[in-house]
Design a protein around this ligand. Structure first.
Ligand code: PBG
Length: 340
């Protein structure tokens, strides 16, 4: 029996008799009417690959995240596939001795990412592989492109990125993810792939990638933090802009992107929702290293419930319309989802 009081008639008048709390009364009904949820199929797991054979090496600023050997990546991919995670994304920790001004290691068909790609395809042919197209893990200056007199060169960089994408496609990567924010790169990469017999290789463009403070731990993980000279504001987007994100996405789609991405994730949820609404493309969110580290650090201090914060943040992406999420939590969430 619902409670009745002197105010009931007022409440009935303003609500028209509708009591929205009725559907929140117990767990089963909340689950019954829940509009969005996270599934293992929504997850893309970014993993870091390094030289050598040793055990996974922890990344200090990303508790629970490791740099793995090539073999270790294959093992991780096998675990990911067993959990039902559809895609892993590969990022290399390139030895300082292999970095140079032009990031030439990016074009080495035997670089870490290519070797890891082949090892994963060998071990687990049924998992998708996403490779990042950008030069920052390979350059001594830590920028995503070629630099002359302090200026990041657009067109010359795009030439190199096309060759990098080809090297990755030849190694067996399924999706290339240009994360560099150069103009016109999607069209050029598409043409390069098609011209080399890789018409089926997909492009997930980092369409709206902002110059953000939330990439810090990632730059530790790939070893470009100390190297980076200046910042990336002449190519990554300004944090105040949304209309520009729509233009970036429209451009990438017109150039042939199969999927688009917004990065970082939570601080740009509005941008994600708008892109989904506007373009109806498979649109992904990247929950960046800084977002991951923020949740982990607070959880480790006992300031928030880490598991709940993890699920809440991931559900937010789905609620905003994301097709999927790149997240360092992927294996942890997948395990939790399997436990039920
Ligand atoms: C490289 C790249 C970055 C990330 C993904 N690809 C760093 C950057 O642009 O400086 C960040 C990922 C993360 O923070 O988790 N272009």
């Amino acid at each position: 029996m619902a409670e009745r009081s002197a105010t009931t008639s007022t409440i009935d008048r303003v609500t028209g008799g509708t009591r929205l709390r009725r559907l929140r009364r117990s767990d089963w009904v909340r689950r019954l009417v829940r509009e969005t949820d996270i599934r293992v199929e929504d997850l893309i797991w970014p993993i870091f690959v390094r030289e050598g054979d040793g055990d996974p090496e922890p990344v200090a600023s990303m508790p629970g995240v490791f740099r793995r050997s090539v073999k270790g990546c294959a093992q991780a991919a096998r675990e990911a596939a067993a959990l039902g995670i559809p895609v892993v994304a590969l990022f290399p920790y390139t030895d300082a001795s292999q970095r140079d001004e032009t990031g030439s290691e990016a074009l080495n068909p035997d670089n870490l990412v290519c070797r890891a790609t082949r090892a994963i395809k060998d071990a687990e042919p049924e998992i998708g592989i996403l490779c990042d197209v950008a030069l920052d893990p390979y350059t001594t200056h830590g920028h995503d492109g070629l630099v002359r007199n302090g200026v990041i060169l657009n067109d010359e960089t795009v030439d190199v990125l096309c060759r990098q994408a080809l090297v990755q496609a030849r190694a067996g990567c399924d999706i290339v993810g240009p994360s560099d924010m150069m103009d016109g790169r999607v069209a050029c990469i598409r043409a390069a792939l098609d011209g080399d017999g890789f018409g089926d290789t997909m492009i997930m463009s980092y369409a709206a990638k902002y110059a953000s403070a939330f990439y810090g731990p990632f730059r530790d993980a790939v070893g470009s933090a100390g190297a980076l000279k200046g910042d990336k504001r002449t190519y990554q987007m300004d944090m105040g802009n949304t209309a520009e994100a729509l233009r970036e996405a429209a451009q990438d789609i017109a150039e042939g992107a199969d999927m688009i991405m917004v990065k970082p994730g939570l601080p740009y949820l509005d941008v994600l929702a708008r892109l989904v609404d506007e373009f109806r493309m498979p649109t992904f969110a990247y929950q960046t290293s800084g977002e991951y580290a923020t949740i982990m650090a607070a959880a480790q201090n006992g300031w928030i419930d880490g598991d709940r914060a993890m699920f809440e943040s991931l559900r937010a992406f789905k609620r905003a319309g994301a097709a999927g999420i790149l997240t360092y939590f992927a294996p942890k969430v997948a395990e939790a989802l399997h436990r039920g």
